[in-house]
Ligand binder design. Structure first.
Ligand SMILES: Cc1cc2nc3c(=O)[nH]c(=O)nc-3n(C[C@H](O)[C@H](O)[C@H](O)COP(=O)(O)O)c2cc1C
Length: 259
């Protein structure tokens, strides 16, 4: 899979501080990995900024070289793995943008919990504002910004609920405190006081004393199935690289945008 992305024009000197690791493809995400690699914005885009011929399929690399990139999921996997090495926390944090039925948008951070070619999965309360938006307007945009990599990925697409089985399995994997919190929280509803919330957590603790806590029926997950990707690689002098992929009947159609 990773072979689909080949370096076409390698520079002999690869920045030794850049993370270098194998690319896991999709799957569930167990938790944030951390570890700063000491990368700063000044490390990026040190290759030539002009006079280079490159096709729609080539994405600029940190070392100034290029990679052939024809599969957006492959690029996502590679960039995500690199962000997991260099972000101080929560490399899987992403902005989720939704809109209500009138078109009014809202954005918030959620954690990516699984991804594969079928889409990008996150979880939350079905009655929350995002849940209500997605119930009436099942479209979303996701945004990852990894400062340590000077990179942004935009993903857009239709949203569908995950299966009950997948939601149950993910809920069961959560820490007990998070499970109780899910039961206690009427996410996004008006809360009269912090004390009331703490009392609801205590109620949930008293209600569920056995080892297993069932998933509340009002708590589940959503999958964004992408029909559009944009990979943004910051470069010096704001000559950034923007590579897009739009889904067509024939496959993913690459494009390039002015920065
Ligand atoms: C780092 C971070 C991760 C978060 N992860 C989630 C998440 O996975 N699911 C979730 O429902 N809310 C998550 N939140 C809280 C949301 O940002 C938001 O407050 C909540 O979902 C309610 O949003 P809504 O009223 O638009 O539905 C996270 C917040 C932060 C800052």
């Amino acid at each position: 899979m990773a072979q689909a992305i080949e370096r076409l024009l390698a520079t002999p000197m690869i920045n030794p501080r850049l993370p270098c690791m194998s690319v896991p493809f999709g799957g569930a995400i167990s938790g944030a990995e951390s570890g700063m690699s000491g990368i700063s914005v000044g490390d990026f885009g040190q290759g030539p900024v002009g006079g280079i011929e490159y096709s729609k399929h080539q994405v600029r690399q940190h070392d100034g070289g290029f990679k052939l990139a024809d599969d957006p999921f492959e690029i996502f996997g590679e960039w995500f793995a690199q962000a997991a090495e260099s972000e101080p926390s929560d490399p899987n944090a992403m902005t989720l943008a939704t809109a209500d039925e009138s078109g009014r948008p809202a954005a918030r951070t959620v954690l990516l919990k699984a991804w594969d070619r079928d889409g990008f999965v996150f979880y939350g309360n079905l009655g929350s504002r995002k849940g209500r938006h997605l119930g009436g307007n099942a479209q979303a945009a996701l945004l990852f910004y990894w400062k340590s990599q000077y990179r942004q990925i935009r993903i857009e697409g239709a949203v569908t609920p995950v299966s009950e089985t997948q939601a149950d399995a993910y809920f069961a994997s959560r820490p007990r405190g998070s499970q109780l919190g899910a039961w206690a929280s009427d996410q996004s509803q008006e809360l009269a006081s912090r004390e009331l919330f703490e009392a609801k957590v205590s109620e949930a603790e008293a209600r569920f004393q056995g080892p297993q806590i069932p998933r509340p029926e009002f708590w589940s997950g959503w999958r964004v199935t992408p029909d559009y990707f944009e990979f943004w690689q910051g470069q010096n002098f704001r000559l950034h690289d923007r590579l897009t992929f739009t889904k067509a009947a024939t496959g993913w159609v690459p494009g390039r945008l002015y920065p």
